[in-house]
Design a protein around this ligand. Structure first.
Ligand SMILES: *Cc1c(COP(=O)(O)O)cnc(C)c1O
Length: 353
């Protein structure tokens, strides 16, 4: 039986994308060769890279003056690439600490220079998004995590100000409309909402190249990758190809506006159940709830065995909360159909019977 996949990452991809991808692994474009055994400099693969980059630009309405890169090393490598490229010697970086991923980003920035935390929600177990803080004028950049995959909170708006802005959008990129021009670096590991693990999407404003004044190793230098059209070395061909297919799927669905509307409906269905069902309690502050990762716990732990059995029986997979939070987390990324959420809601209702 096909499961209802609520995994936080790597996570659900559209069925039709998986089918096309598996076919390309055997025979790509009727070449009689696999996608993964041809040169990345072949015209067939160059077309994949060009198309993937063009789809990112089209779907997110990326303005002129930005480069779209498909890098390796995961979002975790961006934790250090951002300061390497932006934090000047003797300069200062600002971070908003909204969870485990922000904390890891902060740890890496500290290797490069003074790193200040301008706001944190650690005091309440990262269950909310801090607001109304000041961003000092003298920082080289400020870093946000737009969606906190583990805790289920999401920044609904980003503060203004003159500082360069870096954002980790790993778990909500392509899920809602964003204004790319607000940001200088956007990065996202593919495996939450775009493709398989193995590539990281980076959208970088070309004007920031050279900002840190440091000598940066080539592989960690945004400018080097941008100049080479994201082909400085062998790109992760399979993850880029599958990301391209997912973005084509998204475009066919009507793009960001259409998916955002569906995502709002999906999240509302699940949060309404959490709020109306006496057996469950939501984890995140209501106004900061994520539309991608829905975190909740049982009001009465003695019902755990019953609920887990009901969920398993319904074919629900991947809803255990992160080990640091406990309870449950339902990740409802773009490819998750509303029908699967209804199956989860039904199981939640069964607990009371
Ligand atoms: C998963 C995740 C990461 C880590 O991504 P890797 O690709 O495993 O390095 C970073 N930030 C956020 C918000 C995530 O959800």
């Amino acid at each position: 039986m096909k499961k209802h996949n609520f995994s936080a990452g790597p996570s659900i991809l559209p069925q039709e994308v998986l089918k096309q991808a598996s076919e390309a692994v055997i025979d790509f474009n009727g070449l009689g060769l696999s996608l993964v055994e041809i040169s990345h400099r072949s015209k067939d693969f160059i077309a994949v890279m060009d198309n993937a980059q063009a789809l990112v630009k089209e779907l997110l309405e990326v303005p002129e003056g930005y480069s779209v890169l498909f890098l390796q090393g995961g979002a975790s490598t961006e934790f250090l690439m951002a300061p390497y490229n932006l934090l000047t010697e003797g300069g200062k970086a600002a971070y908003v600490d909204t969870g485990a991923w922000s904390s890891k980003a902060i740890k890496e920035a500290k290797n490069f220079g003074e790193t200040i935390v301008v706001a944190s929600s650690k005091d309440k177990g990262y269950s909310y998004i801090p607001k109304g803080y000041d961003i000092p004028n003298d920082v080289d950049y400020i870093h946000f995590t737009s969606n906190n995959t583990i805790f289920g909170t999401q920044l609904k708006e980003f503060p203004g100000g003159n500082a360069l802005k870096v954002v980790d959008m790993s778990s909500d990129i392509f899920s809602r409309k964003i204004d790319v021009s607000q940001f200088d670096v956007i990065y996202a590991g593919a495996q939450k909402n775009m493709g398989p693990s193995g590539t990281t999407l980076v959208i970088v404003k070309d004007a920031i190249f050279g900002t840190s004044g440091r000598t940066i190793p080539s592989m960690l230098d945004y400018a080097v990758h941008a100049k080479a059209g994201s082909m400085f070395n062998t790109p992760p061909v399979f993850p880029v190809y599958v990301s391209m297919l997912t973005l084509e799927w998204l475009k066919e669905k009507g793009g960001i506006d259409a998916i955002e509307k569906i995502n709002n409906e999906k999240a509302a269905l699940l949060y309404n159940e959490i709020d109306s069902n006496p057996s469950f309690v939501g984890f995140a502050a209501k106004e900061d709830r994520s539309n991608m990762n829905v975190t909740f716990t049982l009001a009465d732990e003695s019902k755990k065995e019953k609920f887990d059995a009901l969920a398993a029986e319904a074919g629900i997979s991947g809803i255990n909360g992160h080990r640091s939070v406990g309870g449950y987390r339902a990740s409802i990324y773009n490819a998750m159909p509303i029908e699967s959420i209804q199956v989860l809601v039904n199981a939640m209702q069964e607990v009371n019977k």
